[in-house]
Design a protein around this ligand. Sequence first.
Ligand SMILES: [Zn+2]
Ligand SMILES: [Zn+2]
Length: 245
Amino acid sequence: MATLDPAAERGTEASSSAAAASTTPCDVQFDDYHLNERIKAICGNPGSPPRGSRSSSSDRPDLHSASDAQDPEHNHPSCATCRRRDSKLPTGLIPCIRCKQALYCSLDCQETDEPAHRPKCISADRAKPVYQEFIDAYRLRVEDEYVFAGIATGVHNARQHPLKGFIRFLDHAEERHVVPRWWSAETRKACERQAWFGEGVQHPLDKISVIEKYQDPLKPMELRILAERVYGWPIPGFTYTGAEI
Ligand SMILES: [Zn+2]
Ligand SMILES: [Zn+2]
């Protein structure tokens, strides 16, 4: 089971909580146009939450089969080494066998890129559980903020697309270096897609569900600490008492 080992996988400590004390996530201004474009690239629906967004995933189109090459942001995929475009090649681009994210025009180009690509290359099998920890840390935080502080974000805010808050969450995670070493623009995109097409951010997740899902009574605390490191500040009105776990 893939876990986020703070020493091995994460970067430096988040900045001091004193600096974060004067702000809240809601105070941080983001470019809404940029956010909407990101959401559109993932699910094609930036304006409003989807109808029945709390229902099961079966009524949503399954885009799992769509490859990166068909991703709206990859209209012109090119070789990671020589930048030759797919359309100019008779056989098309070959994806890296492990991550299926880096594309190459030839084996030569793949070998050339290998040293640079290796740290970023991670198999989907290994990456998916890590993405899910970020997704679940965000979902639990949304639930905690609603329950303990009366703040309606994410799935509790019907006027906002459920992906918005999660994209901001990942922005914070990158800014504070609370991401694995292999994190890249490509893996982030895969994480965002999983947050929508997998067990995603449109479904609420509370503490009891976390314990049941992971079969681990300490998991809610682990996810809460991850979310706190991402935002740099705890949930307002919520103190870890130990009784929580
Ligand atoms: Zn090439
Ligand atoms: Zn790879």
